[in-house]
Design a protein around this ligand. Structure first.
Ligand code: UD1
Length: 417
């Protein structure tokens, strides 16, 4: 188990490139199952979740490796249609392999992903949609057994909530299905668009990605492609948070401004200056931050649930009160107790957190309990007086590539021990 030791109070300055998006890389790695030949993925972040996906691909019989900074995946040799429990448990998003494996082999057996650190994460919308496409699914003893021996059929699917994972699974099941699939109330996240760009480049016919209605005309085969994964908007928001708390002045390269359209105004309201030009974001923070406007997490293009925790660390030292409403996950305030140990003043009632900004935070031993919560604790530690030790770094490493090196290159004093 590794820990981060942070000596707070160092102003962040300098330039870093934003890593590739985890939430694009994982569904795209699942999508390779549907292709013939060798795919080359550039800008694929080095993360434990990506590693888990590569191990699933290898277990299925695919050739998946890293070479010269790219990830190469060839699924011609796929010979398994089952993901063992130990691999499913490593990563909740392994459920996006379901649509792809079912489509490729006509059956799939996966253990039920169950709950996770964010609370219950049901997959009823995924299963309902696959059933509508002709899959027979049984759920027994925590195992999902799915069959579509005669292939999947296009269908009209109305999602009651624009679930990211369900939209991805339906797209993966539909691209090689017989006929046309229409997803109504589809998720509009940039990572959905990236998945569709990958698949369209491979020969799929997907229309409307990024909009509420996606139409997919099934094709008979997909070929391998080279693809550049989009930059990670949540890592960008975390680095902006780190610069904000330290009164920093940083440049982030490889940023797509539109992907941050709900995040940038929150920082601007606190008095930070944000300028994006040609994919470079210049970000500078004032001496004292104003409180944030009401932050309500929503499906894209609303404020992302994944950015809630790091921004709450910023709010904890703003000059006034900020309010957060978490609308996506039940259990996404686990960082609050630990931020309080660092001196933050935060009250939580159900899905609302009221953050009364304090003048300063102080170092303490804290424990991360989920990925974005870990990012929040590190952000707070960067400004806490003295030394902060953060355990639970394995959560951070699911989504942030070499984060201690990235922060150190900007002048932070962070060591991994
Ligand atoms: C969610 C986020 C996504 C983020 C990811 C990782 C949203 C809308 N989605 O995606 O941006 O990158 O977490 O942290 O913010 N739900 C059901 N039944 C289902 C599927 C989902 O009830 O079958 C519910 C979930 O319990 C949750 C909500 O829908 O309350 C959002 O779920 P979903 O978008 O599927 O989550 P992820 O795909 O994990």
């Amino acid at each position: 188990m590794s820990r981060f030791v942070v000596n707070g109070g160092k102003r962040l300055c300098g330039e870093v490139e934003v890593q590739g998006a985890k939430n694009s890389a994982l569904p795209i790695l699942s999508a390779t199952v549907l292709t013939r030949g060798e795919n080359i993925l550039y800008n694929c972040p080095k993360l434990s979740d990506v590693d888990a996906s590569l191990r699933i691909l290898r277990y299925l019989g695919c050739d998946a490796k890293e070479q010269n900074g790219a990830v190469l995946v060839n699924c011609d040799g796929l010979c398994e249609n089952e993901i063992p429990d130990c691999l499913m448990r490593e990563m909740r998003s392994s459920i996006v392999f379901l649509g792809a494996i079912l489509s490729r082999t006509g059956s799939a057996k996966l253990s039920f992903p169950g709950g996770c650190e964010l609370g219950p994460r049901p997959i009823d919308l995924h299963l309902k949609a696959l059933r509508k496409m002709g899959a027979k699914i049984s759920e027994r003893h925590g195992v999902l057994q799915c069959r579509a021996e005669n292939g999947l059929k296009g269908a009209k699917i109305n999602l009651s909530f624009p679930s990211v994972g369900a939209t991805e699974n339906i797209i993966l099941a539909a691209v090689l299905a017989d006929g046309t699939t229409t997803i109504i109330n589809a998720a509009r996240e940039p990572e959905i668009c990236d998945l569709c760009d990958f698949l369209n480049c491979a020969g799929a016919k997907i229309y409307g990605a990024g909009e509420g209605v996606i139409v997919i005309d099934g094709v008979t085969e997909l070929n391998a492609v080279s693809h550049n994964i989009i930059p990670d908007r949540i890592v960008a928001a975390t680095l902006m948070s780190a610069a904000a708390v330290t009164k920093g002045d940083i440049t982030l390269s490889g940023v797509i401004q539109n992907h941050l359209s709900s995040v940038i105004p929150v920082f601007e309201e606190t008095g930070c200056q944000v300028n994006v030009k040609d994919g470079n974001m210049k970000f500078s923070a004032p001496e004292r931050l104003n409180p944030m406007p009401l932050v309500r997490t929503m499906p894209y293009p609303g404020f992302p649930t994944d950015a809630q925790a790091p921004l709450m660390a910023v709010a904890s030292i703003c000059n006034g009160t900020s309010v957060f409403v978490e609308n996506i996950f039940e259990n996404r305030f686990k960082h609050v107790g630990e931020l309080t140990r660092l001196g933050a003043d935060i009250q939580v009632q159900s899905k609302v957190a009221v953050v009364n900004g304090v003048k300063s935070l102080y170092g303490a031993c804290v424990e991360a309990q989920d990925l974005r919560g870990a990012a929040a604790l590190i952000t707070a530690a960067l400004i806490a007086e003295g030394k902060t030790e953060i355990s639970g770094i394995e959560f951070l490493e699911r989504g942030y590539e070499n984060f201690e090196i990235v922060l150190s290159s900007l002048g932070a004093e962070v060591r991994k021990v």
